[in-house]
Design a protein around this ligand. Structure first.
Ligand code: GLC
Ligand code: CA
Length: 550
């Protein structure tokens, strides 16, 4: 395996709207990120993924871009962005940006031109189609609910296509002129000195050109669009061109958001032939729900989680590089998702950190994860900001759940859980801002905030620093480049080995409230233990060990 610079990185994801507000208007901003770079450097992370900061009407918090080459004014200016690049460089940190090119905003100039004039070339930048007998062209449901087709105002029987919200029209990748404009934009950003991109919803760019109805899978009479516009055969042609025209010309890293991508096709994404340097694999991220619907919770087991992690690691290892993560801005907090016994939240946060930070691939930590932030508990659907929360609420009710049940699904699963302002101190609004923030704080931030944990021995933050140090410095080669080998000890223990040259490191995690036994010989030395006790061949509830093997 050839060594690449991005294999050494420890990444940290920032959701700018909720990270730090420098001018006290209640909205996080780029100067706010700059103020916290020392905190991030002290944590030990080396690369920042900044969620979209481009100009946007903020229907989907910036994933609806109206201008790829300007900054959303409340986040700052292009000068602020350049300043952020300089300041991170000084600290030996890199920046990757979010690249949202499956769709843009309906307020983007291209879409506005397309609406204004049917004969404009911009009409071909999007997907417009006529309806059939007074109904939309197909019965596909968009990711955020309702049809993927939105009626064009003032035109008869004409619709445009959106995989996500109706304010996010999909770009027409079948059009080479449109693709070329995107490539030029991408290259201009790379020329500015960013290290690469996280590539949003990229497996949606090819649509099934037959545009046929599917068998409805909900009471709304629609069918999830995934089978018709995600990972559609032929997408690799677009991937190849995208890579050749942009990424390949720069020594950049790219990580694809590959939701629903089977291991049989990951060679399109990563490895020698793939478009990206690494991928986010969601096959174990969404193990708690079915079909990405909050109202379809599963009864997952630890064994299932373990086996999905094994599969992800071993399959990706055959082809290329992965990007392990537990949280992001679309997921609830991992403590609530993965730790079944609330009594163990604090210890369990450390177990999860151990489990994921030693995996093969470039790890991504989501803001607040290093503090053990947990989900909130809202009293009413009106307290939710995210458009998908509202859509999931209505669909749950439509499917026969009570309003109380529907609200419980949101509290468990809503994306707002990850988007609450970062608690820096125990002060009002968590030191995030002096102004009431755009989204209410999470519960209990008075206890779980950065200031407290920086000074408290035994804190989750301190533990993250220790894990990062082990990976980045003390056992760098084995934990960065080592092979991943499943270590099956007990169905309730998530355990694996990393091996490089003659060094072998075992990671053992108990994510249950019971003592778990195992048999492991050849122990040389315990490198890390998240509790004080150690009994040979036994793991206490939520104990996590890192062991150097003989
Ligand atoms: C991705 C983003 C998500 C966004 C969606 C549409 O899944 O992570 O936040 O809503 O794409 O752009
Ligand atoms: Ca601000």
């Amino acid at each position: 395996m050839e060594k690449k610079w991005w294999m050494d990185e420890i990444a940290y994801q920032i959701y700018p709207k909720s990270f730090n507000d420098s001018n006290n208007d209640g909205i996080g901003d780029i100067p706010g990120i700059i103020e916290k770079l020392d905190y991030l450097q002290d944590l030990g992370v080396t690369m920042l993924w900044i969620c979209p900061v481009y100009d946007s009407p903020m229907d989907d918090n910036g994933y609806d871009i109206s201008d790829y080459e300007n900054i959303y004014p409340a986040f700052g200016t292009m000068d602020d962005m350049e300043h952020l690049l300089q300041e991170t460089k000084k600290r030996n940190m890199k920046i990757i940006m979010d690249l949202v090119i499956n769709h843009c905003s309906d307020e983007h100039r291209w879409f506005q031109e397309a609406l204004k004039d049917k004969n404009s070339k911009y009409r071909q930048y999007f997907i417009f189609k006529e309806g059939k007998d007074g109904t939309p062209p197909t019965n596909w449901r968009s990711v955020f609910g309702g049809s993927v087709w939105q009626k064009v105002p003032d035109e008869d029987n004409m619709y445009y296509f959106h995989s996500f919200s109706k304010k996010q029209p999909d770009l027409n990748w079948e059009n080479p002129e449109m693709r070329k404009e995107l490539y030029q934009m991408i290259n201009r950003w790379l020329d500015k000195g960013i290290a690469g991109f996280r590539v949003d919803a990229i497996n949606f760019i090819k649509k099934d050109q037959r545009y046929q109805n599917g068998e409805p899978d909900g009471v709304d009479g629609l069918v999830a669009c995934f089978d018709y516009c995600r990972n559609i055969p032929g997408i690799n042609v677009f991937y190849d061109e995208l890579r050749q025209e942009t990424f390949q010309k720069h020594d950049c890293m790219t990580v694809s958001e590959s939701v629903g991508t089977g291991y049989d096709i990951i060679d399109e994404c990563i490895g020698d032939k793939g478009c990206f340097t690494m991928m986010f694999d969601f096959n174990y991220t969404n193990l708690d729900i079915l079909d990405e619907d909050y109202f379809k919770p599963t009864n997952w087991t630890i064994k299932e989680l373990r086996d999905k992690i094994y599969l992800s690691q071993t399959e990706i290892q055959k082809i290329g590089w992965s990007a392990p993560f537990l949280e992001n801005h679309d997921q609830p907090r991992s403590i609530n998702k993965l730790i079944k016994d609330p009594q163990y939240y604090e210890l369990g946060a450390k177990t999860l950190a151990t489990m994921f930070l030693m995996l093969r691939g470039t790890p991504f930590i989501y803001q607040g994860q290093e503090l053990g932030i947990i989900n909130f508990h809202r009293q009413s659907v009106d307290e939710f900001d995210d458009l998908n929360a509202h859509s999931q609420y209505h669909r749950a009710i439509e499917e026969g759940f009570t309003p109380e049940e529907a609200l419980a699904f949101l509290n468990q699963r809503s994306r707002d859980n990850a988007r609450t302002p970062m608690p820096w101190t125990k002060d009002q609004y968590g030191g995030f801002s002096k102004h009431e923030p755009w989204l209410a704080m999470t519960d209990g931030f008075e206890k779980y905030n950065a200031e407290d944990q920086i000074s408290r021995h035994g804190s989750i933050l301190e533990y993250y620093k220790k894990m990062i140090d082990i990976r980045k410095n003390r056992y760098h080669d084995t934990l960065s480049y080592g092979q991943f080998i499943p270590l099956i000890l007990n169905d309730n223990i998530i355990s694996y080995i990393r091996e490089y040259n003659d060094e072998r490191i075992a990671v053992l995690c108990n994510l249950t409230s019971q003592i778990q036994s195992y048999q492991l010989d050849n122990i040389d030395q315990i490198i890390s233990n998240n509790i004080h006790d150690y009994t040979a061949n036994q793991l206490q509830p939520y104990q996590a060990l890192i062991i150097l093997l003989k």
